[in-house]
Design a protein around this ligand. Structure first.
Ligand code: ADP
Ligand code: ZN
Length: 608
């Protein structure tokens, strides 16, 4: 809901009017002659004009004489010359003349104006800029002089009737939150026993897994108001503003209780305070205010605070201690069944045709978040429209997964014949190595159509189900599969290309994790040499070992990758005929499915 504010005439409007009046006053007060184009003439010309009685009006100023001639519209000026009887002669010629008075305005008024005018302009400008800024920041009071004083702002949001049934998968999270819904329906049941509800619930998980949706669903199920604000909205330009917003938010929430307050991205304000002098004062004050507010309300007031974050480890311990956000609900990436359910929920909104195999789509989209799955469905609908159909078919969904994973097909990339051959062999290499190792998942699809992501082709491997554990051998086989592309180039062309950059990165990551985190090397046994920093955001790691050990780790990683690369090459050399055969089919068709691939593979081995 938008901010509700009484309509107010902008202050700049009044300043504008004052300014206009001053300018008008100035213009009217100015002598007529000063407003027109003035021509400079010799003093002798002026004297002649007096003699000939042509002068109409004269104004004598401090440093010049300004005059007009009769029957002429022009204004002349001339310098001052020592001329004692000028006045007499002018009088005789019948000209009207006067000596200029210091200023057209009284000295007091003009002095006052010269001070006030810049001030007025300055203030008006300031007001204008603040208004501009406020508009850019989405209607929040930012620089206005009412700083620190909060406008009556409403944070209530419509939940548009979002229910738990709209959030697919995430059953554990829903179960956890159902208790809160129950409490909001019937608080007495809980107070009777003496139980208190947690004040704060922290929803923790990677981006796009439905944390916001879940919070809205809790409000929707309980039929209570939903207050929503993002952590980053608290962090303002001025110290104290964020804290005032927190106060404001809770004041409103308490008035509307029972209700849900949802703080998205709470890590923006809730980061660990590290006691640095150079710390962010504003953030700290905001956090302190939040802690105070959470302590401030009595148990069972009916205000439940839900917060979302994808960096739970970076939160200040004061925020996660009992009595504040004491309950943590993990909202993880969906598993296979979850993905299928999410796809089905979103598919309800679009028109479909024929038999749609959601299970297959869910299998292809391994590792995708709820938001990405929603996007896949939408991309499929867009593709259907693009192709002039009025319903989505299975092919649209399959293609849109590739779009989400690898980007759109790049129609105008022209590979040379040789390049295309290399790519075909490279991708076949991956697939063949994967298929030949018993533990590797079968290939779903191989294509050598360039994508906007820069990939010239890729091999889509598909797990049969979700895998929660990987054995050492399985990881080794994965590394071998990653090296399979490059190995094929070596075996067939005896040359190597840049096409393996991504494979190299992934193989190295796996090999390193085996040694530093999974304890899969003889030498280091079960010692952690690396810690994961951001579980939900990319999972970057930092080393926790001595420099000597680092050297040893590096050596081991190289050894491990080399070993698997060697293995991949051997597999390909032993299956050279099939490699050629498969690469040829791929080169000609540009895409082959997993089934076609296995068919070719099997038919060869049957004959031998
Ligand atoms: P988060 O807050 O975790 O970053 P959101 O709740 O904003 O993620 O989810 C973004 C979008 O992704 C939602 O609007 C919804 O369309 C889709 N989505 C994510 N998770 C789910 C889910 N479990 N079920 C259905 N849709 C989901
Ligand atoms: Zn590759």
């Amino acid at each position: 809901m938008k901010e509700v504010k009484p309509p107010k005439r902008p202050l700049a409007y009044y300043y504008g009017i004052v300014l206009l009046i001053i300018i008008l006053f100035n213009i009217i007060g100015t002598p007529l002659m000063m407003r027109e184009q003035v021509t400079e003439v010799r003093y002798s010309t002026f004297m002649k004009a007096i003699e000939n009685q042509k002068i109409d009006e004269v104004q004598i100023e401090d440093n010049r004489i300004v005059f007009t001639e009769k029957d002429k519209n022009k204004v002349y000026e001339t310098g001052i010359v020592e001329d004692p009887d000028l006045t007499q002669r002018l009088y005789d010629s019948g000209a009207r003349f006067s000596k200029e008075i210091e200023n057209t305005m009284s000295p007091l008024l003009s002095g006052l104006l010269s001070i006030l005018l810049p001030l007025v302009i300055f203030i008006a400008l300031g007001q204008y800029m603040s208004r501009k800024l406020t508009q850019q920041m989405g209607g929040k009071n930012a620089l206005s002089f009412g700083m620190g004083k909060s406008n009556a702002k409403l944070y209530v949001q419509s939940t548009k009737g979002i229910r738990f049934s709209d959030v697919a998968g995430e059953d554990e999270a829903k179960e956890n939150l159902a208790e809160i819904v129950d409490y909001l329906h019937d608080p007495d049941k809980y107070t009777e026993v003496g139980a208190t509800m947690p004040r704060g619930v922290l929803l923790v998980g990677p981006p796009g897994t439905g944390k916001t949706m879940l919070a809205k669903a809790v409000a929707g199920e309980s039929g209570v108001p939903f207050f929503s604000i993002s952590g980053s909205e608290f962090v303002e330009m001025f110290v104290g503003m964020g804290a005032s917003k927190v106060r404001d938010l809770f004041k409103q929430a308490k008035e509307k209780a029972p209700c849900i307050v949802f703080i998205d991205e709470i890590d923006a304000i809730g980061k660990k305070r590290n006691g640095n002098i150079s710390g962010n004062d504003e953030r700290e004050q905001t956090l302190n205010q939040l802690l105070t507010e959470m302590d401030g309300f009595d148990d069972n007031t009916g205000v439940i605070i839900l917060a979302a974050t994808n960096q739970p480890d970076s939160l200040d311990p004061a925020l996660t201690r009992p009595g504040r956000f004491d309950r943590r609900v993990p909202v993880e990436l969906p598993d296979l069944a979850g993905r299928e359910a999410i796809l089905k929920v979103h598919a309800k909104k679009i028109k479909m045709e024929g038999k749609i195999d959601f299970h297959a789509i869910a299998r292809m989209a391994s590792g995708a978040s709820g938001a990405e799955l929603a996007n896949i469905i939408n991309e499929a609908a867009l593709r259907a429209v693009r192709n002039g159909r009025n319903a989505v078919i299975q092919e649209d969904l399959e293609e849109s997964i590739e779009v989400v994973i690898a980007g759109y097909q790049k129609k105008n990339t022209v590979l040379s014949e040789h390049e295309k051959q290399v790519v075909a062999y490279h991708e076949t290499g991956h697939a063949l190595v994967a298929a030949m190792q018993s533990h590797s998942a079968p290939v779903q699809k191989i294509t050598i159509i360039p994508r906007t992501s820069g990939a010239l082709g890729y091999t889509m491997q598909v797990d049969q189900g979700d895998k929660y554990l990987l054995s050492k051998e399985e990881i080794e086989n994965k590394i071998a599969t990653f090296t399979g592309g490059r190995a094929a180039e070596e075996v067939v062309f005896g040359e190597i290309t840049t096409g393996a950059a991504n494979d190299i990165e992934q193989a190295t990551k796996l090999a390193r994790a085996m040694i530093t985190r999974y304890g899969m090397s003889d030498q280091f046994d079960m010692v952690a040499l690396e810690t994961v920093n951001n579980q939900y955001l990319g999972g970057d790691t930092s080393l926790v070992c001595s420099a000597d050990t680092q050297k040893e780790i590096d050596r081991r990683v190289v050894e491990l990758v080399k070993q698997q690369h060697e293995k991949a090459r051997k597999i390909l050399e032993e299956n050279r005929e099939k490699l050629d055969q498969l690469a040829k089919v791929l080169y000609e068709n540009e895409t082959i499915t997993g089934d076609e691939f296995m068919e070719i593979l099997d038919e060869g081995s049957d004959g031998e």
